[in-house]
Write a protein that binds this ligand. Sequence first.
Ligand code: GDP
Ligand code: MG
Length: 318
Amino acid sequence: MSLAEQVLEGNIRAAARLMRDIDDGRPEAVEALKQLYPRTGNAFIIGITGPPGAGKSTLVDQLTASFRTRGKKVGVVAIDPTSPFTGGAILGDRIRMNRHSCDEGVFIRSLATRGALGGLSRSTSDVALVMDALGMDIVIIETVGVGQDEVDIVKEAHTTCVVMVPGLGDDIQAIKAGILEIGDIFVVNKADREGADRTARELSTMLDMRHPLEGGWNPKVMKTEAQRGTGIEELTSEILAHRDFFLSSGTIDNFLRERNQRHFMSILRDTLFRKALQLMAANGSLDRIMSGMDEYRLDPYSAVEEIIAKLMPDDTSV
Ligand SMILES: Nc1nc2c(ncn2[C@@H]2O[C@H](COP(=O)(O)OP(=O)(O)O)[C@@H](O)[C@H]2O)c(=O)[nH]1
Ligand SMILES: [Mg+2]
């Protein structure tokens, strides 16, 4: 049986192996992904994002338990781009998620910034695809902050929860508008702390100031205490409400079109770039181009045209 077939049978160890192959950029991984693709599209993907220490991992752990109670299988992709500290953070997440470690219905995978060409959002979507093929009903992606890479990752999710904490209150105005755009649900975690109501109110006000689209989704602000499990049921229900809206309103059609286009473009870009690198490594032209540029004999535009002409000898436009 091929690795892909084993994954489709729900073999967790095969899935773990495939994810390692994806990480290592092995060509067999691409073959397996090709086989899996037609059997995916069933998992519902939830993005959890917000600043470090907001309680995202604690919340993911609670949501996992909540979806398990509802009989759903849950995959978790934890991404921590602060790579020097990743060891510690992931260790903490492992310990916290330990209570799920004997549960066959939970699959947890941590990703650091490493990973093959295409970066973190590429490997995130590949890993989510494997979890989908494995039969996970829900895939939760945890990611830090709101850099461009994070926004790209969050675009993979059907429902995005932005997690904040009280105390941001004073400079909540400083939060980039971008964060309001990506959130379907806003969570003020650590509601046991002073100022939670105020933060929630201010967030609501900011959301109200936007002009909602006709028939669009109006994001709510929810309060949770992830550590004690307070507010988790309500959050789960709100996520499922967004899911229903997503599936029934036609939002999913736009989502799929944009996502598929993004995936295709990114694989096209990465593959062409890799081919160019292989060509230059094989004929030693990189050194020649670099020394030509160092001496201002060769400009980078002509150098790229030369490589493209070698890659696509039949293309008359270059
Ligand atoms: N007071 C309080 N602390 C919390 C709550 N939820 C999580 N924490 C703590 O906040 C710290 C950071 O949590 P973690 O889930 O690792 O945050 P992440 O970096 O966003 O993933 C941990 O020490 C948690 O135990 C909460 O509701 N109230
Ligand atoms: Mg975390």
